[in-house]
Design a protein around this ligand. Sequence first.
Ligand code: GLU
Length: 446
Amino acid sequence: MSRESLLSDYMDRVVERSVGEDAFHQAVRHVAHDTITIEKANSDYAAAKVMERLSIPDRVIAFRVVWQDDRGETQVNQGWRVQYSNAIGPYKGGLRFHPAVSLSVLKFLGFEQTFKNALTSLPLGGGKGGSDFDPTGRSDAEIMRFCQAFMRELAPFIGPNRDVPAGDINVGSREIGWMFAVYKAHALEFTGALTGKGLSFGGSQIRTEATGYGLIYFVEAMLGEQGDDLSDKRVGISGKGNVATYAADKAIARGAKVVTLSDTSGVLVAEDGLDADTVAWVRAQKAAGKEIADPPSGCGATFKEGDMPWNEDLDVALPCATQNELDGDMARALIDGGVRLIAEGANMPLTDDAHDVVSEAGMLHAPGKASNAGGVAVSGLEMSQNSHRRFATADEVDAALKDIMRDIHARVIDDGRQGNHVDYVRGANIAGFRKVADAISSMGAI
Ligand code: GLU
């Protein structure tokens, strides 16, 4: 059977079992495209039906979150934790609070996380959770009450050896602190059942910065492979959260010109590159729930309402906002603008169409499961530090993060090299899949 017919048979079965879960299908199809023939060629993987097993999460915990807003009105949200696979370690992955969160989105994220975590070489399974709660316009007290109500429901299902959530979109160390307090009261013990904690209660240095810093370390490894580096490169970044702003900081420190940051209302553009103060201002605006449309005067940046970073002339594009943020037309605009390298800071930021455009152009394209693995990798280090009860310095964590990102890069190019070109998407899918498939097929039919 050809790869195309194996893939379409497989996807028919996946879609039948998860009707309407488009984002989930998209993520599964990408991985299956590169791994389905590898499974068939390996008698252990084939006998264990690894890919069919991986199309269904180990379990999904779905719950109601009831809380009171500042006016005393009862509010009701949906919450989930997708415990996707614990084949190689405890479930591990973030919590996302956003109105676009659905079971389909969390299943796609849990599926991706399973392979991403495998690529880090750390003993971490995959999971993801969250809620359709929208923190925009909510007071701090309301967000705290929501976090407490959410964790009241989730606490019985997590633990340091069972499932270790962390942050994701709209969940930072402040929210983790509020949720950790509820977990700790429920468990009657102090264990590192959440990562991304504050430094005073078991958090790791560099965890907040890790995804963004790790993304730049990965990009440097990609450029290094081409005998190049970041200095004077024009870098376009979308988003204004942790991933985007810490990637911007690190890129600037490495001599790049960071031309853009953005949000849903438009893009902040600085032809000569944003400076570190303006990046810090963006971060502060985001933390305060404010717009970035009115940058400080004299900072050299202007705001283009309704626009995207991808219309600028760039060498390097780093989509760091959210899934499917970059479509086929935007990918074409990037190519017209001279871009040579795309590395994903967000999870699955390219639509299928954009994927095809980028791959036909033969561009260097790192998928999030490789290039944004730095966040969860430092979460893995936080788990070890919690178990040892001994904490690493910022320099030690940063050095470990650099090593992990270089190591992921080396593993991905081993599986992704095709003549002179490196197919990073294929390399990441295969390297992540092999590790999980080895574990699953070693454990028999269970
Ligand atoms: N949410 C992050 C990710 O997408 C980090 C997860 C974690 O630290 O567990 O990988």
